[in-house]
Structures are given as structure tokens and as C-alpha cells.
Design a protein around this ligand. Structure first.
Ligand code: BMA
Length: 868
């Protein structure tokens, strides 16, 4: 090392030491945090400690130590069911210097413990936990020493605890997705007794890994006199000229003192209040105003503007504390007004009715702590890039990390937030209810500052499945119980969803709407409460898929807000190769079947495929056709829902992501690759969409616009043969009305097709504004399997400009669902699975680490005609 570099390093070190020593000295007396490190773990009852990662899980620590194989590879899941039936111990250490232990208050703060944990500090038990979703803090001042301190966390098996609780309860509760048999528990469904992510016990797209671990960060905190526990910047009133807010600060002080609380917008002080603080917990209120506020808008409607606000506290005892938050200013209503059809159900943001376009969201991994910030970013940016403005955080997963909501705040993605209860009925004993209450309060307080959250929803599908008020509705759950059990189960439901959760929202986040269950018609206490009526409330429509109804039923079964519907596909071949070996390449093989958790999954895919497509020649082509099938089916839904605007004001498909590599309803796979459906969603969710529909004997052409103003454009309609002959052409100047759907053209099908061969024509509709194309759509008069698709030669020219690789594709004849891929490589294409029109050329950019030359050699381009 050069001498001056050495000097520089030493001086940095001195400055650093000076800074840290001042931080903890008597002069500033603010709170400080110490990290716990040297984590190790072992199976309880064994001797040897092994290095551990915190935050982490037992499973991933075993994997890192080479004690188990990759849980997601082939059928390794089956051999790893012993892990959740054992207890595990973690141990970490931290150093406390003489100054630190002088703090009046020293505590250990866990952001998340999964789940039944006893925490010891230097051998003394300080905490026992039973809820993965709750933040826990314990006073450890009496037990810590100067020098080394040892933290032990003992995790009781969630399965053994679950079995004890089930025993005490006396009978099983409905828990449709709990894969107790895969967990070697027979029919014992223990998931509902533990406040832990439901999908850990298996789901119809997820494996069973019932994890344990310190799954979110943990720190040791010390403070002398005062601690700012929470600051909530609550919006009181919002007009064009002013935003009135109230900062609500929770301050804990060790001894009575005086102080000053201030609110800053970056460097600018907005308010300050003098406060007298008593020993213990205090609440401070400070009103302030932001003039000419910039509003927070959802993606597509405007900027998702955030104000960086800071609450600062100074006390006469010398404490300086501060909390920063990004605050979005917006008004939000869930409008449910009676109308001629039933009752509306839509979100109104800043006075504007917003059509919600998006998807349901599940956790990104079975092993949550390994989901990095960049993985979160990939998922949220995939939503934004597909023109979405809403995600539903579904109730069988987790209340997400701050990173998730920060990304949604910044990118204008509204969040429909479920409480974490799904597809089951839960116990109603006092301890359970109290636990749920703590969880609700903790999470509402943790998340309420995020402008992206637009709704708190009690649960997923429980009101619908139990259907208490109508004997003939529901999933047959209630009929499995005797009268007193039924009363007991429904009472637990009402306690949680009609009292505890709405009361928590009312108390801590009163401006946000609470909706008891998704789906639900209306809270009436009668048979019309449950979601079977498409004219009110939100709808989960599973007639397509579960009910084997054709895709064309998507347009017949449209509700006011479609919060779930979907269709499965397998992940792309590159992803499949990562969890299989060649002998597994058959969807019925043991390995592929274990990465397909829906009992009817393969049957449904094959059945629907046989209706519309020729049988693919091999496994690889089957995967591709399966993705096209899913994409085309879902396109029918996306467009039907948008065409039905403003009757229907939301479409959230099931589901945007996966938690492991699997066949599922997802539009992006575990490795965040876009499936065909995600590209189709991007097209269908454009701000302006042209959509064609055959009704009776007419083809109708609709234009749907989310713009808040009407605009002039040109609608062009062409009927082409697959080799590019033009049979029909019309160009119409149209005025597209604001924020609605409207029909602009209609033509009798027989008249349109005339003498042309209906198996050899495509109808192309496009909308352009001042010469630039806004949306284009293709419509065929026959199912893909009945089309006379020509064998095509797709020409390609790969080039790179300023490091951006792109390929130009062209063809003389129509190429249907052109699919670009690079075997064994991760690459993202700006478009894929599209129909390339005869004579058209299309430029696709490729996100890749490879050079243009390498791409030229490796790029694989096929279309539907190549699959049979
Ligand atoms: C809905 C969801 C999930 C499930 C999906 C597919 O009911 O709420 O529970 O994974 O359908 O069956």
C-alpha cells in the first residue's frame, strides 16, 4: 500500500472512531444500535454449532452448510420434511462497551421471528414469541454485561406446536391448501393454529417447507433518555392549495423532561412544538401544512410524488432523535354506490375513478430472507412495465417488507392489502384472537404511511367458501361440522373479520377502507353477502379453469371488480432445465408432477390445449404452446374486463409471480422470466387499447382509454390473408372519450370475410394518434388449430448500438406467436410471443450480457407452425 494511502486510511479510521465514540458518549445521548454477529445454529439436542446467516431460515442454513441439497431441485422437498419436526437453536454475540451499558434502556428488537421462539440473553429468558408477522422487543438491560454478550434463540418445531394446538382444539378446521400429507401428517391440518405464512404449509402452486428462523433483521438498541418510537404523518385535509397534516409521534422517555418536536421537509422546518414529557410513553401531535401540494398518482395517471418528511425530537436531557418517511398526498375512496345494475365497486384517486389493472401477488420465495432488494425491484418493475397500477398482496403469504411498499410508493403501484388469513377457517379462542389483534395493530402501524396501500382486506375467500348465511352456497365446508362447531367456527370468523380487524384499522388508519373478505358482495348479514352476484362487490371468477368453462365465458362473467381469475402454464424450458434432468422431461414424470401442485393442473392444461391447438410434437414445444394458450385465454379476460368499463372497474389476475419453479397461474416465473401472458398483459393494459369482439354475427371494435381527456385519433381496420393480400380496409377518424370504453365500428362477419378463406385471414385493428401507433390488435375467425398457418422463414438481423443489442425480424407470411429464446441463457426481450404480420418488420431489443455476435448465433426463433 502506498504510504499516503495508508495515512489516509488511518485518518479515516480515527474520524470514524471519534464519531462512534461521540455517538455513544454523554454529549449526544441519542439511541444507538449494535449488530449481533457470529451467528451459529444447531439442531436442538445436538452438540455441534454450524455457521448461520441472520436474517435467514433453518432450511437455507442447512443448505449453505451442505447438509441438505437444493430444496427446489427435482423432488428434494420430499426428503426435507424432517426439518420442521425438530427444534433448532441459534446463537449470536455482541460486544457492549462500558459506555453502552450505561444506557438507561437497552433492548433487543426483532423485526420477525418465525415462529415459536424463546429468546435468551446470557442465559436469561427475555421473550417468547408465537407470531411470525409481529415485531417483538424485549428489555435486556438487567442481563447484559460489559464485553461479550450471548443471545440464544430456541425455535420450537411449528409442526409439533401445531399438533398440540390441534389436539387441544379437538377437531380439524377447513384448510384446503394445507398439504398435510406431503408433510407426513396424514389429514392433520395444523397451519391454521399458527400465525405463520399459510403458503409455508403448501399451496396449489407451492411446496411444503414449514420454515423456522430469525427471518427479519434483529438489533440491540440502547438509549439514555428518549426514544422516538414512531412518527405518523397523517393527512387531515387536501385541497389544490394546501395539505393539512398532523404528525403523531410516540416518544418514550426514561425520566420526565421537556423537549421540542419539529417537522422538516428536507431542510425546511414546517412546524415545531414544545412538549413536556412524562416518564414512559408520550404522544405528541404537531399540525403542519404543505402549500400547493403535489399529489401522489397511480402509474399512468401522473407522477407518484413523494415528500420526504422528517420528525425530529430534542429533549433537555440531550436526546436527539429523528424519523424520516416518504409521504404521498392523495385522496382515496372505495366507491360503492347503488346504480341501475347493482352497486359500483371502484377506487377513486384524487377524485378520479381509476380502472385497476394488475395482478395478485404471492411471496417471492419459500425462503423469504433470501429475496434481495433487487428481486423485489424486478417484480415491481415487471408490474409497472406491463402497464399495471395495482397489485393485491394476497392473504396466504406475508405482510411484505418495507422494500416492497417503498417500490410501490415510488412507482405508483396501488396495493390491495389482505390481512394474512386465507382459504381456511381459524380457531376463535382468546389467545388466538389476541394474537391476531396484536398482529393487525403492529402491521397497520408499520404500513399505514405508504400511500400505495389503498385498501385493507380481511381475508382471502373465507366468506365465500363458508357462506354462512346460505346453506346452498359455499364450498361444502360448513356441512362437515355439527351445529355447535358451526356456531363456534362462524363466531371466530365474525370476531376476527367483523370486529378485531376493522377496529384495528379504525383506530390506527381510519382513512383507509376495510373490506372484510375477497370476494364478497356486501356486508349484509344475509344470503346476499356472499360473492355469487356479479353486480356488486368484488369477484373471483374460476369458472374458467376450475369449472372447465371455455375462455369465451370470460366475457359473460364480468363483475364490478375482478380480483381473481386465471389459467396455468409451465415455466419456460430454460427454467424447467434448472430443476430437472432430461429423463424428467414429460409433464407426467414424478419430478414435473411434483412441480405441479394443482391436482387438476395437467388435466386442465391438456384439455384446454386440445380445444384450441394442435398437439405439440415434443415436451419443449408443449411448454411453449402451453404458455401461448394461457396468454390467449387471459387476453380474452383482460380485454373483456376493460371493454366492460365503467361497469367493471378492475382486473387483477391470479398471479404475477412464483415462490419456486413450478407450473402455476403466474405470468412471471421463479427466475422472474416473463411468460407469454406477461407480454399479453402489457399489451392489454396499455393506456389506450383497441379490442375486437365477435358478438352474434358481428365483429365489434372497441377503444378503451384510461386518459382523463378525450382525444382524436384514427382507427384503421384491415382484413389480410396470411400472405399479405388486403381484402378489406377502412380508416376512420374517431374521438375517443375519456376514461371509458366505447364501440367505434361493427361489421357483419360473413360480409367482412366474403369469398376469402376464413382459415387464412387475420383482422388487424389499430388506433393511432398524430401518426403514432397507440394500440394494435389481431383477430382470427378460427381457433389456432384450424388456421392454415403457412410455413414461414423469419428473417433476423442482430445488431448492437451503444451496447444495446436488438434484432429485426421480418417475414413474407404471417408468423403466429413468434417466440424468441436463447437456450440456457437469461435474456429479456422487449416483446415476445407476438404475431408478425406479412411484410411487417419488427425490432426487438434484448437485455443480455452477450454480444450481438453471440446472440446472432444463439438466438432461437420459432412460431406456432413449428410446433406440430
Ligand atoms: C385462488 C387463490 C389461491 C389459489 C388460486 C388458484 O382461490 O386465492 O388460493 O392458489 O385460486 O387455485
Amino acid at each position: 500500500m502506498a504510504p499516503f494511502k495508508y495515512l489516509f486510511t488511518v485518518s479515516i479510521l480515527i474520524i470514524f472512531l471519534f464519531f462512534t465514540c461521540c455517538q455513544s458518549s454523554d454529549e449526544t445521548k441519542s439511541s444507538i444500535e449494535i449488530q449481533i454477529d457470529n451467528w451459529q445454529f444447531r439442531q436442538a439436542g445436538t452438540e455441534n454449532w454450524m455457521p448461520a446467516t441472520v436474517p435467514g431460515t433453518v432450511h437455507t442454513d442447512l443448505l449453505n452448510q451442505g447438509k441438505i441439497e437444493d430444496p427446489f431441485y427435482r423432488i428434494n422437498e420430499k426428503d426435507q420434511q424432517w426439518i420442521d419436526k425438530n427444534d433448532w437453536e441459534y446463537q449470536g454475540k455482541f460486544q457492549a462497551d462500558a459506555d453502552f451499558i450505561k444506557n438507561n434502556q437497552i433492548e433487543i428488537a426483532f423485526d420477525g421471528l418465525d415462529t415459536y421462539a424463546d429468546v435468551y440473553v446470557n442465559g436469561e429468558k427475555v421473550l417468547s414469541t408465537e407470531n411470525m408477522f409481529v415485531r417483538y422487543t424485549a428489555d435486556i438491560k438487567p442481563y447484559i454485561n460489559e464485553g461479550e454478550n450471548i443471545i440464544n434463540v430456541y425455535f420450537h418445531s411449528p409442526i409439533n406446536r401445531g399438533l398440540e394446538l390441534l389436539d387441544a382444539h379437538g377437531y380439524n378446521l377447513p384448510a384446503t391448501n394445507d398439504q398435510s400429507e406431503n408433510g407426513e401428517l396424514g389429514d392433520k391440518k395444523v397451519s391454521v393454529f399458527t400465525r405463520k405464512a399459510g403458503y409455508h404449509y403448501g399451496w396449489d402452486w407451492g411446496p411444503r417447507f414449514v420454515t423456522s428462523g430469525i427471518w427479519r433483521p434483529v438489533v440491540v438498541k440502547g438509549w439514555r433518555h428518549a426514544k422516538l418510537r414512531d412518527v405518523f404523518f397523517k393527512q387531515i385535509e387536501l385541497t389544490n392549495s394546501s395539505a393539512k397534516l398532523n404528525a403523531i409521534a410516540e416518544v418514550e422517555v426514561f425520566e420526565a423532561t421537556e423537549g421540542e418536536f419539529e417537522v422538516y421537509l428536507q431542510e425546511k422546518k414546517l412546524t415545531s412544538v414544545k412538549v413536556k414529557l412524562k416518564a414512559g410513553l408520550n404522544t405528541i401531535n404537531a399540525d403542519f401544512e404543505i402549500e400547493n401540494p403535489k399529489l401522489w398518482w397511480s402509474h399512468g395517471l401522473g407522477e407518484a410524488y413523494l415528500y420526504e418528511l422528517e420528525g425530529k425530537l430534542h429533549t433537555s436531557t440531550g436526546s436527539n432523535e429523528s424519523v424520516k418517511s416518504n409521504v404521498g398526498l392523495r385522496t382515496l375512496k372505495l366507491v360503492q354506490e347503488p346504480d341501475s345494475i347493482g352497486k359500483s365497486f371502484h377506487f377513486e384517486l384524487n377524485g378520479v375513478p381509476v380502472f385497476a389493472k394488475g395482478a395478485n401477488y404471492i411471496p417471492n420465495d419459500n425462503f423469504l430472507p433470501r429475496v434481495s432488494a433487487s428481486e423485489y425491484e424486478k417484480v415491481i418493475m415487471s408490474a409497472k412495465d406491463a402497464n399495471m397500477n395495482m397489485l393485491r398482496v394476497w392473504g396466504g403469504g406475508i405482510y411484505e417488507n418495507k422494500t416492497f411498499y417503498d417500490l410501490c410508493d415510488r412507482n405508483g403501484i396501488m396495493v390491495w392489502q389482505d390481512f394474512m388469513l386465507a382459504c381456511s377457517m381459524y380457531p376463535g379462542d382468546k389467545a388466538f384472537l389476541q394474537n391476531v389483534k396484536l398482529e393487525a395493530i403492529d402491521n397497520v402501524k408499520r404500513l399505514r404511511q405508504h400511500p400505495s396501500i389503498v385498501l385493507w382486506c380481511g381475508n382471502n375467500e373465507m366468506d365465500w367458501a363458508w357462506a354462512n348465511h346460505d346453506e346452498n352456497q359455499g364450498w361444502g365446508w360448513k356441512q362437515q361440522y355439527n351445529a355447535s362447531q358451526r356456531t363456534e367456527i362462524w363466531k371466530a370468523y365474525e370476531d376476527i373479520f367483523h370486529s378485531i380487524l376493522p377496529e384495528a384499522v379504525q383506530e390506527y388508519d381510519p382513512d383507509r377502507y376495510y373490506w372484510p373478505s375477497s370476494p364478497m358482495a356486501e356486508l349484509t348479514g344475509g344470503p346476499d353477502q356472499h360473492a355469487n352476484d356479479f353486480t356488486r362487490g368484488d369477484i373471483h371468477y374460476w369458472g374458467v379453469w376450475h369449472g372447465l368453462e371455455p375462455f369465451s365465458n370470460f366475457k359473460k362473467r364480468v363483475g364490478r371488480f375482478m380480483s381473481e381469475y386465471g389459467f396455468q402454464s409451465f415455466p419456460e424450458f430454460n427454467t424447467v432445465k434448472k430443476y430437472t434432468v432430461p429423463e424428467d422431461w414429460d409433464i407426467e414424470s414424478e419430478v414435473m408432477a411434483s412441480h405441479q401442485r394443482s391436482g387438476i393442473g395437467n388435466l386442465r392444461i391438456k384439455e384446454y390445449m386440445s380445444w384450441d391447438y394442435q398437439t405439440p410434437a415434443d415436451f419443449e414445444h408443449f411448454l411453449y404452446v402451453g404458455q401461448v394458450l394461457q396468454a390467449e385465454g387471459m387476453k380474452a379476460a383482460f380485454e373483456a374486463h376493460r371493454r366492460a368499463m365503467p361497469y367493471c372497474m378492475g382486473t387483477l389476475y391470479w398471479q404475477i409471480n412464483d415462490c419456486w419453479p413450478v407450473a402455476s397461474w403466474s405470468s412471471t416465473d421463479y427466475h422472474r422470466n416473463w411468460k407469454a401472458m406477461h407480454y399479453f398483459a402489457k399489451n392489454a393494459f396499455k393506456e389506450v387499447l383497441v379490442s375486437m369482439d365477435l358478438e352474434a354475427d358481428k365483429v365489434d371494435v372497441f377503444v378503451i382509454s384510461d386518459r382523463l381527456e378525450s382525444f382524436n385519433s384514427v382507427l384503421k381496420i384491415q382484413l389480410l390473408s396470411f400472405d399479405g393480400q388486403v381484402y378489406f380496409e377502412e380508416e376512420l377518424p374517431i374521438k375517443v372519450p375519456a376514461n371509458t370504453s366505447s364501440k367505434h365500428f361493427s361489421i357483419n362477419l360473413a360480409e367482412l370475410i366474403g369469398d376469402a378463406n376464413p382459415r387464412n385471414v387475420v383482422l388487424v385493428a389499430s388506433v393511432s394518434e398524430s401518426g403514432s401507433l397507440l394500440s394494435e390488435s389481431h383477430w382470427y375467425a378460427n381457433k389456432p388449430k384450424d388456421l392454415e398457418l403457412p410455413k414461414v422463414e423469419i428473417k433476423r438481423k442482430v445488431s448492437a448500438v451503444d451496447g444495446v443489442v436488438s434484432v429485426e425480424l421480418s417475414t413474407d407470411n404471417l408468423a403466429k406467436n413468434v417466440f424468441l429464446s436463447i437456450p440456457d441463457e437469461t435474456a429479456h426481450f422487449s416483446d415476445n410471443y407476438f404475431d408478425l404480420m406479412p411484410g411487417q418488420s419488427k425490432n426487438i431489443t434484448i437485455k443480455t450480457d452477450k454480444s450481438a455476435k453471440e446472440i446472432q448465433n444463439a438466438l432461437q426463433v420459432i412460431s406456432l407452425v413449428d410446433t406440430y
